[in-house]
Design a protein around this ligand. Structure first.
Ligand code: PMV
Length: 329
């Protein structure tokens, strides 16, 4: 039996100016640009093998066979890659995260970036980073940002082929730290695909769009100048504006728990005491604490001492998706 096989590893990312709301839900074309950095401590490794004569894609995620909507979403993504070559071969996919899935750490970002790159490389498709980023976006919007390395901007566009992410500074530009305070390991009740569809129902949606457009150039400058307090203040406010949109959507989305709020309050108290830290929260209850290399160990200990926090995942700024020969099967 003939097979084509490749393995890719991709990092999750944390958005500093976030993506919330599409102009085209089917193509996952966002309403605004977004800016993030990759997280070297939170990655997905995925092996994809196309095999002649196999019937149907067989997908295993963290040791569990995927079925239903999750399996269909992966097959739809593989279909985009198959369409590029005309092959009908089905796949075996094995994927492993080194962090809890669906807990507000963007597992769909690293997952769809790794899946897309592994499939493209298995098929020997000669695709640029830009094309891989566009394709990864079709699986999960934020996955577009996990293809390039370091600090990344994803461009909004009306055209599929123009909405891609690219690096705006390499990982070594600035050793920022993201300490992810895990307060819940459970699955979130409403995923981001549905969340994006609700965004425009919020009366605050347009106000946030206007703020994002004003903040994007300021965030680019803060990264360029390594200005931590400007970056942190912009990121924290953008988190609150995105959650204000979520809270006021119809139906309303409330991702925070009492533990989320406890960490948010602690971060503000530490900041008032002079520590360099700001919070960022995605579509889940866990809290990303953005901090500097100098303050990182103090904040890590303080987070570990909070009763609300189950575990802390310490991440530095990571690179882009890469190919590896260490196949998972
Ligand atoms: O890629 P999605 O559809 O899971 O959307 C991600 C949305 C947020 O994580 C909440 C924000 C972002 O920009 O990553």
């Amino acid at each position: 039996m003939s097979t084509w096989k490749a393995t890719a590893c991709a990092n999750a990312n944390i958005a500093l100016i976030k993506y919330w709301g599409n102009r085209d839900d089917g193509l996952r074309l966002p309403v605004t640009n977004s800016i993030s950095f990759n997280l070297d401590g939170a990655s997905t490794t995925t092996t994809v093998e196309f095999a002649e004569g196999q019937s149907g894609d067989q997908v295993t995620l963290d040791g569990v066979a995927a079925h239903g909507a999750a399996a269909q979403r992966i097959t739809a993504q593989l279909d985009l890659l198959r369409a590029r070559t005309g092959t009908k071969w089905a796949t075996r996919v094995v994927s492993r995260n080194n962090f809890p899935m669906a807990a507000g750490i963007a597992s769909s970002a690293s997952g769809f970036a790794a899946l897309t790159c592994a499939a493209a490389w298995a098929l020997a498709l000669d695709l640029s980073e830009r094309e891989l980023s566009c394709l990864a976006r079709r699986g999960s919007g934020s996955a577009a940002r996990s293809v390039p390395g370091g600090f990344v901007e994803w461009y909004a566009s009306e055209r599929d082929e123009d909405s891609f992410a690219e690096s705006i500074a390499p990982p070594e530009h600035w050793p920022l730290h993201d300490l992810v305070a895990i307060v819940s390991q459970g699955e979130k009740p409403v995923g981001s695909t549905e969340g994006h569809q609700r965004a425009q129902t919020s009366p605050l949606f347009q106000a946030r769009i206007a703020q994002v457009e004003a903040d994007l150039p300021l965030m680019r400058c803060a990264i360029g100048d390594r200005d931590f307090h400007t970056l942190g203040a912009l990121a924290e406010r953008d988190t609150l504006m995105m959650h204000a949109v979520m809270l006021t959507s119809q139906p309303s989305l409330l991702y925070w728990t009492a533990e989320t709020l406890a960490v948010m309050r602690a971060v503000r108290a530490w900041r008032n005491d002079g520590l360099a830290c700001y919070f960022s929260i995605d579509a889940g209850p866990n809290v990303h604490v953005l901090t500097t290399q100098q303050a990182s160990s103090t904040i890590l200990q303080a987070l570990q001492a909070l009763p609300a926090v189950q575990a802390v995942l310490a991440c530095n700024v990571g690179g882009g998706a890469r190919r590896t020969d260490e196949h998972l099967f």
